[in-house]
Ligand binder design. Structure first.
Ligand SMILES: [Zn+2]
Length: 161
């Protein structure tokens, strides 16, 4: 099997196939990140707003490495992903004051993963009664804020890192 290697980050193997999460991880520069709602770039993971959120502020913590099996993620990456998840939760608490959170990963297609071959973690703010009739009956989500507005608000929370 052939792998492409990112010259800027030689530790991160890249598959030549198209993977949205890899593409977002590869990009850099303020303009690219703003356009793609990338909030923060760490050593082994980046944080991005979900383009199809379940709620305003739905974030994903995504390893740069294209790995589909959770058990293969290394200790340093897992530590950083948990740490960034904590920042995400804290930032959402300060901005949106949610009543709870969903935090975790959908592993594999049967587990509901949209990108089953690239493990990532979700942080979703929740409010009592937020799954309303639109979600249940019409499979439609009502998000009270534009993604660009959410991005500008939440990015401030990661600026202190
Ligand atoms: Zn990938």
């Amino acid at each position: 099997m052939n792998f492409l290697q990112n010259s800027e980050n030689p530790d991160h193997l890249r598959l030549p196939s198209s993977c949205v999460l890899c593409d977002l991880g590869k990009g850099s520069g303020e303009e690219f990140d703003t356009e793609n709602y990338v909030l923060f770039r760490g050593k082994s993971c980046y944080v991005v707003l979900n383009a199809f959120p379940y709620a305003a502020g739905h974030m994903m913590i995504v390893p740069y490495v294209h790995e589909g099996d959770f058990v293969n993620l290394d200790d340093g990456l897992l530590l950083e992903s948990i740490d960034l998840s904590r920042v995400a939760v804290n930032t959402l608490k300060e901005i949106y004051n949610p009543e709870g959170f969903n935090f975790g990963a959908n592993l594999g297609r049967a587990g509901g993963a949209a990108f089953g071959d690239h493990v990532h973690f979700h942080v979703v703010p929740r409010w009592l009664g937020d799954t309303n009739f639109m979600t249940t009956l019409a499979h439609t989500r009502v998000i009270p804020e534009a993604l660009s507005q959410t991005y500008m608000r939440i990015r401030e929370g990661f600026k202190s890192l």
